[in-house]
Ligand binder design. Structure first.
Ligand code: ZN
Ligand code: ZN
Length: 290
């Protein structure tokens, strides 16, 4: 359950707005994605029970076609009510050589089938959606960021599956600051990349929207009327850290980074050798160090 006073101290200009703040999680996968484990209705229940007002679902685009998209969007709408809003979206996948790029398209209702990321981003914006480079890595995404920076709405500066959940990923904030010099429209977003229960982390966004429905939430995300929050930590969409994590979380984050790197290296070696790591072992390790 998110803490009280989501938006933090009175320094926020959003406090002047009268609409009540809403809290929600971004980057959710249900069983509409091939690797999701909870149905959309179960996801809705999980996050509603945890005290959230909305979730932005971003299913894997490669698992979709136009017909499935239609069913998914209808499902999102039917699971939305006065207490909870389900925002539909996709996580679009692009390859160049062996480099994989994932783009979150939040708030879209039509399937996006474009083979090029440029075309796909235009389709996302045609529909009023928000386009975010998911889990960026400077070593992998430098070239694609140069190509797409003027079309993107932002980058996922904090993804708990990729960056851990204790410490703020400062390297991503540095990347955002650098990108914003030439592309000031880019904003930082945060997602939990949720596929199963133990991937739940209390990283969320708090926003003020002009109403409580899908379009109002999407438009608040697009215009940057939100804060990223994780317990005591608060980050604004421009990448400024307004409040630091607790000392205990900062310490755990510092311990977590080397463990995470070793795990990723071991996984890389086993992949290279063609030895699959048993899923149960992978999940067990993830539970401890991620
Ligand atoms: Zn992804
Ligand atoms: Zn994902």
């Amino acid at each position: 359950m998110p803490a009280e006073g989501y938006l933090g101290s009175g320094e926020s200009s959003m406090d002047e707005l009268e609409s009540p703040e809403k809290v929600g999680v971004l980057h959710i996968h249900s069983t509409y994605s091939s690797d999701g484990t909870l149905s959309l209705a179960e996801c809705q229940q999980v996050f509603r029970n945890r005290g959230y007002d909305f979730m932005a679902v971003t299913e894997h685009g490669q698992d979709f076609d136009a017909e499935k998209m239609k069913r998914f969007v209808e499902d999102c709408l039917s699971l939305s009510n006065q207490a909870f809003c389900v925002v539909p979206g996709l996580e679009l996948e692009f390859y160049r050589d062996t480099k994989k790029t994932h783009i979150l398209a939040i708030g879209i209702t039509d399937f996006v089938a474009d083979a090029s990321p440029e075309g796909a981003l235009d389709r996302v914006h045609d529909q009023g959606g928000v386009a975010i480079l998911a889990h960026p890595r400077i070593d992998l995404h430098q070239e694609i960021l140069q190509r797409l920076a003027d079309r993107l709405d932002g980058i996922e500066v904090w993804n708990t599956k990729y960056n851990g959940h204790f410490a703020i990923p400062h390297n991503n904030l540095t990347l955002l600051a650098h990108l914003r010099e030439a592309h000031p429209q880019l904003q930082g977003f945060a997602g939990i990349d949720f596929h199963w229960q133990s991937q739940y982390k209390d990283l969320y966004v708090a926003l003020r929207a002009a109403g409580f429905h899908q379009q109002a939430i999407v438009s608040a995300l697009r215009s940057g009327d939100f804060r990223i929050r994780k317990k005591q930590a608060v980050i604004d969409p421009g990448g400024q850290v307004l409040s630091m994590p607790t000392a205990a979380d900062r310490l755990l984050g510092a311990l977590q980074s080397p463990l995470r790197r070793s795990f990723q290296r071991a996984r890389g070696i086993s992949k290279w050798l063609g030895l699959p790591v048993p899923t149960a072992l992978k999940r067990g390790v993830r539970r401890i160090i991620f």
